[in-house]
Design a binder for this molecule. Structure first.
Ligand code: PHE
Length: 365
């Protein structure tokens, strides 16, 4: 048999295979189980030893040549396919930019970035938790056992089904469950903020069913109310970019803090606009409730796996939307979520306006 001619023919067909599928059929035709070259190899068994000595190397050589040819062609075809894809995906960077840049950073996103920047400077890390929470993290671990009256005040959205541990599932009503998650995951000491969406069944000019909070949590040894007050003052001065921020701390109640402190900030009217700053006392001045805070309750530390005789901490929770409205002078919370392009282009921020402490944390576009 003329193996050279068989080889020539096979190789020239391999060479002209137009795509990977055609090449694969040729591989099967020659080298597959029923393939012609595989068939030739099988004939070796029936040959006499002398014949085999003569024919063996030729048939093996043929098989070798054809499989090398197949591999080479495969590489060439794959290379060509990649070239074609790259050419197809080419981006013409010389295209002109749109005349007017479109889109802007939403004030809430901007304020969250500002807050992350301010707290990063104080050594706080950013943590997040799920918006779909279970009853234990959102309430029980925060010292609100079932039937606790504070639960009723949260206007909670519940899901119809429980999770696999039979826990009731809900949309988190505050960012405080992230306190529990972070303590359980990281232990102590801790210095974190947790910004994010929260949900309550409530809607008017100052309440939307979804809004934003930022939680703060510090756990360490020897932490006291003075640390809380200093931290809030420092943060609010940086955020409002003025030094005359005056806070009023009022005793309050939250199940997860003891003692609990509600914090008011002094403001004055400039026309119809409330401008934060100064003491809330005197004509034209008033106090506005801004955030809830307190020393972390012992039972919350325990739920977070920490020993309350060893560790203390403070926590606070503040409405991000409220902070944005105060700083940037919006009066209707609902506009935040309307998606009205005119509102967004008026109140939005340039994507290039990244908040930094050195350049000022927020300047409207
Ligand atoms: N979670 C509280 C709320 O949503 C705020 C808060 C947080 C109060 C942390 C005290 C400590 O109203």
């Amino acid at each position: 048999m003329d193996y050279a001619a068989t080889g020539q023919e096979a190789l020239s067909r391999v060479e002209s295979a137009g795509d990977l599928d055609a090449l694969e059929s040729l591989r099967v035709e020659f080298l597959g189980k029923q393939g012609s070259i595989s068939g030739l190899l099988k004939t070796l068994g029936k040959m006499s030893p002398d014949e085999r000595k003569l024919e063996g190397p030729k048939i093996h050589g043929l098989r070798e040549a054809v499989s090398e040819g197949l591999a080479a062609r495969k590489q060439a075809l794959e290379g060509a396919a990649l070239e074609a894809r790259l050419a197809g995906e080419r981006i013409d960077l010389s295209l002109p930019a749109p005349e007017q840049p479109r889109g802007s950073v939403h004030p809430i996103a901007q304020v969250m970035d500002e807050l992350a920047e301010i707290f990063a400077d104080l050594g706080f890390a950013v943590e997040t938790g799920p918006e779909i929470e279970d009853d234990w993290h959102n309430f029980t671990a925060l010292n609100m056992p079932e039937s606790h009256p504070a639960r009723a005040m949260h206007d909670t959205f519940y899901f119809p089904d429980r999770d696999d541990q039979a826990r009731e599932m809900l949309l988190r009503t505050h960012t405080s469950p992230v306190q529990i998650r972070t303590m359980l995951e990281q232990g102590a000491p801790l210095r974190v903020i947790a910004p994010g969406r929260v949900y309550r069944s409530d809607s008017d000019a100052t309440h939307t069913p979804m809004f934003h909070q930022i939680e703060g949590l510090v756990i360490d040894k020897g932490i006291h109310l003075g640390h809380l007050k200093w931290t809030l003052e420092t943060f609010l001065k940086a955020y409002f970019e003025r030094d005359d921020i005056v806070l009023r701390l009022r005793p309050s109640y939250f199940p997860f803090t003891e003692p609990s402190v509600e914090v008011d900030v002094g403001y004055a009217f400039e026309g119809a606009r409330r401008v934060v700053g100064g003491s809330g006392e005197g004509p034209g001045h008033a106090w506005m409730e801004l955030l809830g805070s307190g020393m972390v309750n012992r039972r919350v530390l325990e739920a977070g796996g920490l020993g309350p005789d060893e560790w203390q901490g403070f926590a606070f929770g503040v409405g991000v939307d409220r902070l944005a409205m105060l700083k940037y002078g919006m009066n209707d919370l609902r506009a935040f979520f309307d998606g009205d392009v005119r509102w967004l282009s008026h109140f939005g921020f340039s994507a290039l306006d990244v908040p930094t402490l050195s350049a000022g944390v927020g300047t409207p576009a």
